[in-house]
Design a protein around this ligand. Structure first.
Ligand code: PGA
Ligand code: ZN
Length: 424
């Protein structure tokens, strides 16, 4: 039974404030959760409440969200069983009353929602992945490691936000992570040798200036080989283009030239011919539904087309994407929709429609590792949580190592089965 809830303002990985919540139960259990925050946020995301008081943290304080938890949520949730997740989340939605959590703030609601789940798991003496996923949860996700950062996550000329490596050929998650870390180190020495910057972007990947976006893939391919792995079998590639960021007035400004959705699609098809790309996220802008439809029709059988800003983990937008064939996979971010229940509903909806799901961090993160457990609980088979470096990113990968260890012989690594392109 929930006895106490405490909220506070803490710092995220970018040095911006975010919400942390602790939930205490009458059996002595105390659990804690922290809320992530995006930079290339979608226009249709649930509202992240910021104070706007420029005297504190450049207006980014979250004291109002903390206050909302203390004044408007705590009293309403005392006495609930922590396992009554759906009822608790629904109660918060009712208190909020808006359709985008703009009243209480999605950061307030999500902090409580995740801390409640962790308290319930702990009180039942279960790991979070086991509590959320049940007795059959056993699939370890492919880590989609973002080793070269561009777009809104770096101050460089690279348009594509994320260049990810996916070690699909590894036998276990542990070995997948090792190969990713080795390639990361190899990439650093490749960049150094070429006189390119080894500075880092927001998600821990390297952030050099480059002549073209494809040049990033050449550098990564070189790093994969240098590390002793085979491009296209051991390790394949994935992109998050985050195209909304360079879309305005119906035009994509990519590599310095104005492009239509059709021209962007042609570019992606060529790129997928030249490189072993298994997945492209946000190839087009968040409202370019017809562009998405066209791209999915032409490459969807081969390449995973992932909606992030397009879907914002919102069941209504996912349902539209399913109906229109506007993508074939959903990026899942707990803070885009703002509660655990709605996140699980979004994954459920996607899976039942035959869409794949990729569990995801935000570019602003904390030491919270809930998404690692969620990836295994939902059996989604893919997680992206940045580079295999920097503790805000590695915390999630390390939690997956622990989960794999706990599962022992029952663990299975999603590997090559996660994507259609190289499935044998
Ligand atoms: P964000 O980036 O957290 O800054 O939105 C991550 C993504 O676009 O997937
Ligand atoms: Zn994205």
């Amino acid at each position: 039974t929930i006895e106490a809830i405490v909220a506070r303002e803490i710092l995220d990985s970018r040095g911006n404030p975010t919400v942390e919540v602790e939930v205490g139960l009458d059996d002595g259990t105390i659990a804690r959760a922290a809320v992530p925050s995006g930079a290339s946020t979608g226009a249709f995301e649930a509202v992240e409440l910021r104070d706007g008081d420029t005297d504190r943290y450049l207006g980014k304080g979250v004291e109002k969200a903390v206050q909302n938890i203390e004044d408007r949520i705590v009293d309403q949730l005392i006495g609930y069983e922590a396992s009554e997740q759906r009822l608790i989340d629904q109660r918060m939605l009712d208190i909020d009353g808006s359709d985008n959590k703009g009243e209480l703030g999605a950061n307030a609601v999500l902090g409580v929602s995740l801390a409640v789940a962790k308290a319930a798991a702990s009180s039942a003496d279960l790991s979070l992945f086991r509590y959320l996923g049940g007795p059959n949860a056993h699939l370890l996700p492919v880590p989609m490691m973002n080793i070269l950062n561009g777009g809104a996550h770096a101050d460089t000329n690279v348009d594509v936000q994320e260049f990810m490596i996916a070690p699909i050929g590894a036998p276990t998650f542990r070995e997948a992570l090792r190969s990713g870390a080795e390639v990361y180190h190899a990439l650093k020495s490749v960049l150094k040798k070429k006189g390119l910057s080894t500075g880092l972007g927001d998600e821990g990947g390297f952030a050099p200036d480059l002549p073209t976006n494809a040049a990033a893939l050449d550098l990564i391919a070189e790093a994969v080989e240098k590390a002793g792995y085979r491009v296209g079998t051991d390790i394949v590639f994935a992109l998050d283009v985050a195209a909304t960021e360079f879309f305005a007035d119906g035009t994509y400004t990519f590599e310095g030239t104005a492009k239509t959705a059709d021209e962007m699609s042609a570019y992606y098809m060529k790129l997928a011919d030249d490189y072993p790309i298994v997945s492209i996220e946000d190839p087009l802008a968040e409202d370019d539904w017809s562009g998405w439809q066209g791209l999915t029709a032409s490459v969807g059988a081969r390449i995973q087309v992932v909606g992030d800003d397009l879907f914002v983990t919102n069941p209504q937008r996912i349902a539209r994407g399913v109906a229109e064939g506007a993508a074939n996979a959903v990026l899942v971010k707990v803070n885009q929709i703002g509660s655990l229940t709605e996140t699980l509903d979004a994954v459920d909806l996607a899976h039942r429609a035959g869409f794949r799901c990729m569990m995801s961090h935000r570019s602003g993160e904390t030491e919270d590792t809930t998404i690692a457990d969620l990836a295994v609980a939902t059996g989604c088979g893919q997680i992206k949580t940045g580079a295999p470096a920097r503790s805000d990113r590695v915390a999630k990968y390390n939690q997956l190592l622990r989960i794999e260890e706990e599962l022992g012989d029952a663990a299975r690594y999603a590997g090559v089965g996660a994507f259609p392109r190289y499935r044998s």
